[in-house]
Design a protein around this ligand. Structure first.
Ligand SMILES: *Cc1c(COP(=O)(O)O)cnc(C)c1O
Length: 374
């Protein structure tokens, strides 16, 4: 059986006409850079997210970097990040001469632990970067309380949870990534809202920050050839914007398809004692960028080998804590061991999940996994 971790091709075929028309329009008008398609997508995305300002940019890593630049952080300032995440989050912090302070995560949600944030705050702390890992928001209400008490900025890395809802204790819903001072996302093709190349966006409800983010992404200028601040060149291509406009209209449907796959997996593995299915927090919907199991009987690597042998795609997100990465040995806070992060690196495995999966594929995968544990 042909199963893929992500099936961008089958998804494309369902919206081919609209996508092809959008791409062709950009070519016909030759408005490749900052064309009307970029502005159009920017405004559609602002409406979808319910935020005042979106700055489209070149990729999700740039989005994080531009966010850090806009906050005016100085070399030596400390930024708190989870140790269990994709490298980009900490990379841009180190790149700007800031210190990534890596803290532990929750064993159930895989997201940054609020107690660990509290203990990591020093007089040099300036910001917190929660990552909404695998499709579910971190505990933003508590994180914002800590941030307010210590006058810290919060940048949300929403690359994996775009399309989800954050649910306040009083029942109010907002889109994930829009509660902190700045939210960032990536349109990498495999993301829940992916384009056909690289792309990213930064969003905020703060008017001053909104203008500054836009300026920094565009060579520090708001009037052409007048440069107020040192910025960078980080643009979303018009062709990618045209693709994203079409895909944004389908995003809620895509998220629902992913949730259905997760529900199927959950039900299938309910009686498999060695497997812990993903926890769903009360304060966030889960849009399942990844479906990540914990293997509790110490056989994670054996399961991986078995799935590889059966040609069932699978991935370990993430095998190594950030503080053990060679790149951060010199630049981080010198940590050596965080218990939950270490445990997750040993136990997690992600199964195929995407918008085009059918019951035949799902039955095949779950039967094989259950056979392994029987
Ligand atoms: C994908 C991703 C990024 C970076 O996105 P790029 O567009 O690849 O630069 C950042 N953070 C997280 C958590 C991601 O998953």
């Amino acid at each position: 059986m042909n199963i893929q971790m992500v099936d961008v091709k089958s998804q494309y075929l369902k919206i081919k006409e609209e996508i092809d028309r959008g791409i062709q329009e950009v070519i016909d008008t030759t408005a490749f850079i900052n064309g009307p398609k970029v502005k159009q997508f920017q405004h559609e995305f602002e409406t979808y997210l319910g935020v005042k300002h979106v700055t489209p940019c070149a990729n999700g890593t740039d989005a994080l970097q531009i966010a850090m630049m806009a906050l005016g952080l100085k070399p030596g300032d400390e930024v708190i990040v989870p140790a269990f995440t994709y490298v980009a989050t900490a990379e841009v912090i180190a790149l700007l001469g800031l210190i990534p302070v890596m803290v532990d995560v929750d064993g159930d949600t895989f997201n940054i632990n609020t107690e660990s944030i509290r203990s990591a705050i020093t007089s040099k702390t300036r910001a917190i970067v929660p990552v909404h890992l695998f499709g579910q928001s971190a505990d933003m209400e508590n994180i914002m309380k800590i941030a307010e008490a210590h006058h810290l900025y919060v940048i949300e890395d929403n690359a994996q949870a775009i399309g989800g809802d954050y649910i306040f204790r009083d029942g109010r819903l907002v889109k994930t990534g829009t509660t902190g001072h700045i939210g960032c996302t990536s349109f990498y093709p495999s993301k829940n809202l992916g384009c056909y190349g690289d792309g990213g966006a930064i969003f905020t409800n703060d008017n001053e920050l909104g203008a500054l983010l836009y300026k920094i992404a565009n060579h520090g200028q708001s009037v052409r050839y007048y440069h107020d601040v040192v910025g960078c060149n980080s643009r979303l291509d018009s062709i990618q914007a045209a693709i994203l406009s079409v895909k944004l209209r389908n995003l809620d449907g895509y998220c629902n398809s992913r949730i259905k796959v997760a529900d199927f997996y959950d039900a299938s593995f309910a009686d498999t004692e060695a497997l812990e299915t993903p926890y769903r927090a009360s304060y966030s919907t889960h849009v399942f960028h990844q479906y990540t199991l914990k293997v509790k009987d110490g056989r994670r690597d054996q399961l991986k080998k078995y799935l590889d042998d059966q040609n069932i795609p699978n991935m370990i997100y993430y095998p190594v804590p950030l503080y053990k990465q060679e790149a951060f040995k010199a630049s981080s806070n010198g940590l050596e061991f965080l218990p939950v992060t270490e445990e997750l690196c040993r136990e997690v495995i992600s199964l195929p999940i995407h918008t085009e999966m059918d019951d035949m594929q799902l039955n095949y995968i779950t039967d094989k996994v259950k056979t392994f544990f029987s």
